[in-house]
Design a binder for this molecule. Structure first.
Ligand code: HMG
Ligand code: MG
Length: 319
């Protein structure tokens, strides 16, 4: 990989010159996917999904949320799932955690990582976690350092970076400021969310360049919902600028119950298919990942939107 690009050094003809050789995929279907389903998926079937994803070679998975079961009943079995499932060597299971109560619950299960989450939009933050942005940052300043002291790794999310369902446009500068605050509290990485999938490539380029000017490339990830079909185009922009951490969800599951219009994340199979086709490694076996998507489809009893999930992989060379 070449040096990190800056806003002045990337010319259009340099396409993919800065793309990484390897990308880390953070799988969110058991959390972002199942939180948005109408029906509660039974614990045993959640386990099957997580196991199928691990069998496909996924190394980082967000398996549940320690949020209020009144707010997200679909994930009310967070303790049971986190206690029952032990990640194999080299695999990390994480879970969302909004406050001290969530941290207490996460610590009791023995998970090694949590993710705090908030929004760059005041209204979405209020609707999603019932607090102002300032109050949220102060809650996080009370839970992130103790979580780290207790041995957890803490990831962060900033939602609505590309736009808010309530407020419309969101200032990229504000999103970067919040991201920097989460990093300064001790988050090892902050995932920038296009929560309602409104982003387009030029906007993504602006957001990514602002991040690159403010932090290391491994300190942020892209979490792109594919509501309008632009997620892969935006990921390509990120890759071209050297970004190597992307969130994805098998079969294209996902959505935020408190962000109307949020459809699924970029499908992990679609992302892996594109990356492998570009010669970028993920450590994931695409055929087994498609099998994990089939497990998700059986568990949910409905067709999933992912494109590779439907079409299957294409062999570039006959086997
Ligand atoms: P609240 O009602 O303001 O909480 O909810 P509270 O502190 O006033 O407490 C009220 C009651 O809730 C109390 O119980 C607490 O114990 C309980 P009571 O005394 O009434 O019996 N409580 C909890 N119970 C279990 N676990 C907890 C917890 N906290 C309080 N952690 C709260 C505030 C944050 C809890 C609530 O708003 C909530 O759970 N929100 C979660 C919303 C959510 O999960 N949204 C989806 C995830 S975000 C997302 O999808 C975006 C993302 O994918 C990125 C992107 O796409 O952009 C990450
Ligand atoms: Mg999301």
């Amino acid at each position: 990989m070449t040096d990190r690009p800056s806003s002045s050094s990337v010319a259009p003809h340099d396409l993919f010159a800065h793309a990484p050789d390897r990308v880390s995929i953070y799988e969110v279907s058991p959390r972002d996917g199942l939180q948005n389903e109408q029906n509660v998926v039974p614990l045993a079937q959640k386990r099957q999904l997580v196991e199928a994803l691990v069998a496909a070679g996924v190394k980082r998975l967000e398996i549940t949320s320690f949020v209020s079961p009144k707010w997200v009943p679909q994930l009310a079995d967070a303790e049971e799932l986190a206690r029952e499932m032990r990640p194999p060597e080299g695999v990390t299971f994480s879970a969302l955690c909004p406050n001290a109560k969530g941290l207490e619950r996460a610590l009791a299960t023995g998970l090694s990582e949590i993710a705090v989450f908030m929004s760059a939009s005041e209204t979405h933050n209020q609707k999603n976690i019932n607090k102002s942005i300032d109050r949220t940052l102060s809650v996080f300043s009370e839970i992130v350092p103790p979580a780290i002291e207790a041995g957890l790794r803490v990831r962060g999310y900033v939602s609505c970076v590309w736009g808010c369902p309530y407020e419309g446009p969101v200032s990229a500068e504000r999103s970067v400021e919040i991201t920097k605050k989460l990093l300064s509290l001790g988050c090892y990485q902050v995932s920038l969310g296009d929560t309602i999938g409104v982003g387009t490539p030029k906007q993504t380029r602006d957001i990514v360049l602002r991040c690159l000017d403010a932090m290391r490339v491994d300190q942020f990830a892209l979490h792109l919902h594919d509501t309008r079909g632009t997620a892969l185009a935006n990921i390509l922009v990120g890759l071209e600028l050297g970004v190597r951490d992307f969130d994805a969800s098998v079969g294209g599951l996902g959505g935020c119950p408190y962000a109307p219009g949020a459809a699924g994340n970029v499908a992990t199979e679609d992302l892996v298919y594109m990356l492998h086709g570009m010669g970028i490694e993920t450590g994931i076996d695409l055929d087994k990942l498609i099998e994990a998507g089939n497990v998700a489809e059986r568990v949910l009893g409905r067709p999933l939107p992912g494109k590779v999930h439907k079409a299957g992989a294409f062999r570039r060379r006959p086997s």
